[in-house]
Structures are given as structure tokens and as C-alpha cells.
Design a protein around this ligand. Structure first.
Ligand code: URA
Length: 215
């Protein structure tokens, strides 16, 4: 699976504020939106381009390009923490169609590997998904990978052009787990942390993204 670390100075600056426990709810939520936008632009840069000519107001032709995939995007919002991230992704893909998944991890302590968590999918609804679509699954925290793998399973029968994951912060374990089960997926994340604690939280991490964004 192609792994893209969007670790530009601006993305790292925003992530550092997210990690800071003194960052308040409003700034936290706004920063998820900002990273959604940056991740979206990074994803757009990997889509196929075609060359074309346009006529300018000076009645001359200029060579340019078109990213046709921009018009064929379906964003899957893994609620609730992904909601601000999706708001940012929509800045990069304004015509995206959207699906939602309401998933909740059962926060039970695990003692040993494999670090797998039970995930309850309470509800999901997807728009019509077509072969020319690029699916972007938005989940800000890729920790054990259990939620994402459950969401990917819901989408496995869909024939699409490409599958993307947009995550703000991932664990090394989660990246490896998702990579081994979905070798064709394009994974975008700002940073990768080394550990997960026994409750399934990324360490050093940024805490519970949903609680911090929604208060
Ligand atoms: N979900 C979160 O919100 N934080 C983590 O660290 C892991 C999963």
C-alpha cells in the first residue's frame, strides 16, 4: 500500500497544537478542518491528470491540465471524530458525494497482541458508488486499525478507481495491519506514533479526538 506522510511544516505545526492538551475545543476542531484540507490537497496530487488547452481572455490558447478524478470522489465520514476532517476534505473536493458510518469501539482493555478491538457498526449509509469513483475513508485516528478494517469491509464489494484513507495520526501497528490487509489502498497521514496503550489509544497521541473536538 502506498503510504504518504503529509509532514509538511504547516501540517506538523497544526498537529503539534492538536497534541497539546492545553488546546481548547474550538481550536482543536478548527485544526482538524485545516488538516482535512491539507490531506485533501495531498490526495488530489496523486490523482491522474490529463492535458488540455484552454482559451484565455486574450484569445490565445494556454496549455493546462485537468484532474478528472476531482469530480468523482466519495468521502466516507467515520463518525463522529471525522466530521471536522470531512469539512476540510470538502474544501479540496467540493463536489464529493458523502457516506456515513457510525462506529463505536468497545473500549475494553486488551492485555496482549494482536491488538484488536470489537467495533460495533450502529448505522451506515453510502451514496451510489461508481467504477470511476475515488473513495476516501476519513478517520482522524488510525490506532489498532479495527474500526477502519470494519469500514473497509462494508466497502469491499464496490468496484472503484482507487481507495484512500485520510488519517491525521496513525500508530505503527495500525498502519502495518491495514497495509497487510489492503495492499492497494493509499494511506495518507500526518504522523505515525510508535505505541498504542492497553485501551487502544495512540501514544504519545493526542487523546480522544471525538471528545476533544466536540467537548
Ligand atoms: N481514537 C482516538 O480518538 N484517539 C486515539 O488515540 C485512538 C483512537
Amino acid at each position: 500500500m502506498p503510504l504518504f506522510k503529509v509532514d509538511t511544516p504547516l501540517a506538523r505545526h497544526i498537529l503539534t497544537q492538536l497534541r497539546d492538551k492545553n488546546t481548547n475545543q474550538v481550536l482543536f476542531r478548527k485544526n482538524l478542518v485545516r488538516l482535512g484540507r491539507l490531506l485533501g490537497y495531498a490526495i488530489a496530487n496523486t490523482m491522474e491528470v490529463e492535458e488540455l488547452m484552454v482559451e484565455t481572455p486574450l484569445n490565445v490558447y494556454a496549455r493546462g491540465i485537468r484532474i478528472s478524478g476531482l469530480d468523482h470522489v466519495v468521502i466516507i465520514n467515520v463518525m463522529r471524530a471525522a466530521t471536522p476532517l470531512v469539512e476540510g476534505l470538502l474544501k479540496a473536493f467540493p463536489s464529493a458525494r458523502q457516506g456515513v458510518v457510525v462506529a463505536k469501539r468497545r473500549e475494553e482493555k486488551f492485555e496482549t497482541s494482536p491488538k484488536e478491538m470489537q467495533v460495533d457498526i450502529h448505522y451506515y449509509k453510502f451514496p451510489e458508488i461508481r467504477e470511476e469513483d475515488n473513495i476516501i475513508v476519513a478517520d482522524p485516528m488510525l490506532a489498532t486499525g479495527s474500526t477502519l478494517l470494519n469500514v473497509m469491509k462494508l466497502l469491499e464489494k464496490e468496484k472503484v478507481r482507487r481507495r484512500y484513507i485520510a488519517s491525521v495520526l496513525s500508530s505503527q501497528y495500525g498502519v502495518e495491519r491495514v497495509m497487510s490487509e489492503h495492499p492497494g489502498v493509499y494511506l495518507f497521514t500526518v504522523d505515525i506514533d510508535p505505541e498504542i496503550n492497553s485501551m487502544g489509544y495512540i501514544v504519545p497521541g493526542l487523546g480522544d479526538a471525538g471528545d476533544r473536538a466536540f467537548g
